[in-house]
Ligand binder design. Structure first.
Ligand code: F0G
Length: 353
């Protein structure tokens, strides 16, 4: 049978009933890919797999949580949803609100979200409010707004978001047929690592799996409050999706780290961009910079001899590179320009082959 979306596929594990109206864009069932080329290129002795959640309907993992958040909002009779976002949450909330036929209001940090994400919110018909400040400030504002107005908050502090997002760990186990030794994720507001860990634990409790992975979270060096142990007032990174200084799911991320015996570490923007180019140029996967923090972190730990020979590591690639194509021009050469003559093109080709 064709894939039905996260809620129908994992209904037994989710807080829905027969009465819940299901709002879905058939999210989930994203590819898991073994990084054979990477293994050869880096000469490493671990097995890396990419869970490419950029292949979701709006191009990020947020859709897994948004199907549930919007379904429950509609069940509760909500007429509007609101979120603060570094871009992907707003794109996803806007799409699912459009599908549900209700209003979406999104607050984004002015000038600090990828153009493709802003375009998504606009085309889905959301009311976009640019805030002259960062994500943390925007999140504080939306929290105050929902105290006063009958609008449903769909940031990951809405528990239904994490309930939906935990489906990704079910899929990893179902697709691989085993539980990886490690699971690596980029960390921003820290909802996703919290959701994955919850999912793994629940799958084990339900006896679908018999072991748990060790959780690894990676923040950008300029926005690494969990690594520093205190909020960062002015977070900065090229990976705008994770430009967050005071994560809402702080405790969840620390819990995932400590209960699994894992690590939360930081990676520099240049390590992120290296991993970003590598994933695209040798594995054929175009993810966004924040997503590449997962591989950047794994490479960093590999160099510290953190892993054992043969360990399996799943890296979630959280979003699509198409959202932020400008970044490509920071890591790739401009295309050549030639006259519209066969000879001119031949000359170039002879230098290639
Ligand atoms: N990767 C991407 C592509 C993201 O958009 C985000 C978060 C993360 C990783 C980090 O996930 O917050 O659960 O730790 N984006 C949010 C947003 C904050 O507003 O779109 P997290």
């Amino acid at each position: 049978m064709a894939w039905q979306g996260v809620i129908e596929e994992y209904r037994d594990f989710l807080p829905v009933s027969d009465k819940t109206p299901i709002v879905t864009l058939k999210e989930g069932n994203t590819p898991i890919l073994r990084a054979e080329n990477l293994k050869k290129k880096l000469g490493i002795n671990i097995e890396i797999y990419f869970k490419f959640d950029g292949a979701n309907p709006t191009g990020s993992f947020k859709d897994r949580g948004m199907t549930l958040a919007l379904s429950k909002a509609i069940e509760a009779g909500s007429k509007a949803v609101i979120c603060a976002s570094t871009g992907n949450t707003s794109a996803s909330a806007s799409a699912y609100a459009a599908k549900a036929g209700i209003k979406a209001i999104v607050l984004i940090p002015e000038g600090k979200i990828a153009l493709g994400k802003l375009a998504q919110a606009l085309v889905f018909g959301a009311h976009v409010i640019q805030v002259k400040g960062n994500f943390d400030q925007a999140l504080n504002i939306v929290k105050a707004i929902v105290e006063k107005y009958p609008i449903t908050l769909v940031n990951s502090i809405n528990p239904f978001r994490l309930e939906g997002q935990k489906s990704a760990s079910y899929e990893v186990c179902d697709q691989l047929g085993f539980v990886p030794h490690y699971h690596a994720l980029p960390v921003g507001n820290a909802g996703n690592i919290t959701a994955y860990w919850k999912g793994y634990k629940e799958y084990k409790k339900a006896e679908k799996i018999t072991s748990l992975p060790i959780m690894l979270g990676f923040q950008a060096a300029g926005a690494a409050p969990l690594v520093q142990g205190k909020p960062v007032e002015k977070p900065e990174t090229i990976a705008t999706a994770i430009r967050i200084g005071n994560p809402a799911s702080w405790k969840g991320a620390i819990g995932a780290r400590d209960e699994s015996g894992g690590r939360i570490d930081s990676v520099t923007d240049s390590e992120i961009l290296n991993a970003y180019s590598l994933i695209a140029s040798i594995e054929g996967i175009f993810c966004e910079p924040a997503s590449a923090a997962s591989l950047a972190g794994v490479i960093k730990l590999y160099k510290e001899n953190y892993f054992k020979n043969g360990d399996s590591v799943v890296c979630t690639l959280t979003g699509s590179g198409l959202k932020d194509p400008d970044i490509v021009f920071k890591v790739s050469k401009e295309p050549l320009k030639v006259k519209a003559e066969t000879q001119a093109v031949e000359k170039v080709i002879e230098g290639i082959i």
